[in-house]
Design a protein around this ligand. Structure first.
Ligand code: NAD
Length: 301
């Protein structure tokens, strides 16, 4: 089986696939313009979030049998269309859960104690102790929207930190010690809201003006899921009128953003979509990608 690796993947796992008899070519800087000319010669492809696999590309690759996405979301792949053409689409659903959960928890502390602002002030050679009275996160209510792999990892860590955790997920199973509530209840009760659901037609702009109106004054929002689940214009308004005390964003409606207004606000902190960017997650992702492709080459699944 011939596989094209289109995005950065740990070398150790590329060698593992070669050792298992796969022909693996690495073009982890391949452009969208080059792909339609190169990919038709391959049976399989490996992508992360950089390479998008849309219908037009699938149409020019009649030999393609398998797409493996190292990561969780399949929103960068027209996966239903690919599957309708007989292509198997796989991802690595749990490999980065702990890393994303730790980032979300880190952001709660960073917002509660203004760690970014305090650091900036100190670097400007100011000793401004009075401006940085924060809050404890223990005893506060965390509302988790999307109670899947990552939502559960966030919830268990938050419980261990003494938070009261509630969750909203139309498909979630019961979990010990976590109260499942309606979205409106969650919006009413939470001091912190952390999003862990996919971006779909239903969830796009799901947190907008009406939802902000239902939240507690001074709520803090963490989005390490996907940009565009929170309506960025409505978030900007809520951050500037005092409804939302702070937001931490790892993801943006457009990446990189072309409109930097949100990030210029004092009460916004963020990162360039680094939820899964840990050594541990990358290692797990590489291992799972190799395992899935080797298995597919042997068993066709
Ligand atoms: P998952 O599939 O295990 O869980 C997602 C949960 O969201 C499911 O339980 C589902 O029922 C729920 N959900 C779907 N629609 C919903 C709705 N309308 N309201 C509430 N809940 C809803 O996925 P996961 O591994 O927990 O990942 C969650 C999301 O995190 C992914 O979809 C991905 O977009 C994002 N993610 C981001 C990074 C990053 O680098 N920042 C890394 C990995 C994943």
């Amino acid at each position: 089986m011939k596989v094209l690796v289109c995005d950065k993947t740990e070398n150790e796992y590329i060698e593992q696939m070669r050792a298992a008899g796969l022909t693996v070519d690495v073009r982890d800087d391949i452009t969208p313009e080059e792909l339609p000319n190169v990919l038709p010669a391959y049976d399989g492809m490996v992508v992360r979030s950089r390479t998008k696999v849309k219908q037009a590309l699938i149409d020019v690759c009649p030999n393609l049998k398998v797409i493996v996405r190292g990561g969780v979301g399949l929103d960068t792949i027209d996966h239903e269309y690919a599957e309708s053409k007989g292509i198997t689409v796989m991802n690595t659903p749990r490999a980065s859960s702990a890393s994303v959960a730790e980032l979300a928890i880190g952001y709660m502390f960073a917002l509660a104690r203004s760690i970014y602002k305090a650091t900036s002030s100190l670097k400007a050679e100011k000793w401004d102790k009075k401006s940085f009275e924060g809050d404890e996160i223990g005893g506060k209510t965390l509302g988790v929207i999307g109670f899947g792999n990552i939502g559960k990892e966030v919830a268990s860590r938050a419980k261990a930190l003494g938070m009261n955790v509630i969750a909203y997920d139309p498909n979630a199973q019961e979990a010990v010690g976590i109260k499942q509530v309606s979205l409106d209840e969650l919006l009413n009760e939470a001091d912190y809201i952390s999003l862990h659901l996919p971006k779909t037609e239903v969830t796009a702009n799901m947190i907008s003006k009406d939802q902000f109106a239902k939240m507690k004054n001074g709520v803090r929002i963490i989005n390490c899921a996907r940009g565009g689940i929170v309506d960025e214009d409505a978030l900007y308004e809520a951050l500037t009128n005092g409804k939302v005390a702070g937001a931490a964003l790892d993801v943006f409606a457009e990446e990189p953003p072309t409109d930097w207004r949100l990030l210029k606000l004092d009460n916004v902190i963020g990162s360039p979509h680094i939820g899964a960017a840990t050594k541990e997650a990358q290692t797990r992702i590489g291992a799972e990608v190799a395992e899935k492709l080797i298995s597919f080459s042997k068993n066709g699944k």
